[in-house]
Design a protein around this ligand. Sequence first.
Ligand SMILES: Cc1cc2nc3c(=O)[nH]c(=O)nc-3n(C[C@H](O)[C@H](O)[C@H](O)COP(=O)(O)O)c2cc1C
Length: 404
Amino acid sequence: MTQAQLRRRDRGPRSTTDTSPHTVGRRPAGPLPRALRRLKARLMFTGWLQYLPTVAAGIVFLAVSAVGRLIGAWQAALFWLPFTVGVLLLAAAAFDVVTLKLGVRPGESVPRRREGLDAFDLMRSRRSCRSFQSRDLSGAHRAELMRVVGEYVRPDHLIGTGPIRLEYLAAPLTVWPTVGAHEFVVAIAPRDYDRMAVVDVGRSLQKVILHAGRMGVATCWIGPGADQASVVAQLGDRFDPDRDHVICVCAVGYRSRFKPLTVRAIERAQRRRLPLPSLFFTDPCGRQPLPADAPPFSSFGRCYEACRWSPSSFNSQTTRCVGVTDATGGTVRRFDFYASTTSRYYAPVALGIWCAHWETGCAALGIPGSFRVLTREERGAPDAPELPHYDVSWVTDPAYAIAA
Ligand SMILES: Cc1cc2nc3c(=O)[nH]c(=O)nc-3n(C[C@H](O)[C@H](O)[C@H](O)COP(=O)(O)O)c2cc1C
């Protein structure tokens, strides 16, 4: 399965329009690319693809060194350098296969709890984990995690009215590019598309993820990289095809320090974030960057950074936020959360994740408020365009506004 195919899953099971830029102008694939794509999908979901780029790069460097040898001049640069890099890459690939694919590696300890971390450091230090230890979660950790799951899917915690479920699954699901994952939380929303339920999946599961981080348990959201059919098969009678839709899964477990070189490279490439002025605005058209360091917005301190560093599928960072003040500009009334794309699943999930970080930050700062879905008229934007897509507002408690 190609990256573009993985992204196209975002349209969900019932979509009738394709808004993915990855399909625009595409010519029908010939038999060779199709066969290659099938091979790639096979390698991906049998867990070998993670190791092949390193092998391929090693071979390329060795080939370059062979050409350099034939040229016969500048041997340090044309032969020894590519030869050494090629050998090192092949050695790294062999090490990765032995330690990760074959599992021959020393035991690793269970990470410590991180009780001392404040809420902002906890959110900032979260990282998707793409290599897990082979040990199972301890009974105590699993019980604590599922207790928190129960709390965050309760109807009174949700913004919308559609029910969502987070099911624990112990199975070696086929996922990409994470290695070693064998325990998961599966996020399920109603089969009939309910955007706010998808936002709630993002918000609730991210709260579980933050709690897991506090426990020392590593996590990784997996949407496009999960094989839906295998998830559904493993859920068995906990999945009703007439009612349920699997939005994504979250791998849970203990982080391993062994990781394929390719996965390290993928993670490095996805470590960047857009700057705050590209994410927070004071107008819905996104022309006026929000002055996060100046009053009254500065009272929200690190909440902006907390959202900025939240995860999103392919690190696409599709959420935007607009701060709204009263007429005098001296008091913050609310923050409106928007999705910058027409994505029906992963953009609302990412927006829900922002909501989780935003309210966790506000709670840490002692700023009361709550989420509400406002009409165009309530937002004072009767002619608002389709994009960016408004989803929800975080409204400050009026009592706080007066006190501030
Ligand atoms: C809805 C969603 C789906 C994701 N799907 C995958 C996935 O299929 N495979 C994967 O390795 N990472 C996946 N991720 C993780 C993102 O790639 C990751 O959050 C992003 O690259 C930023 O990195 P960070 O989480 O380490 O900050 C997903 C994240 C989200 C929010």
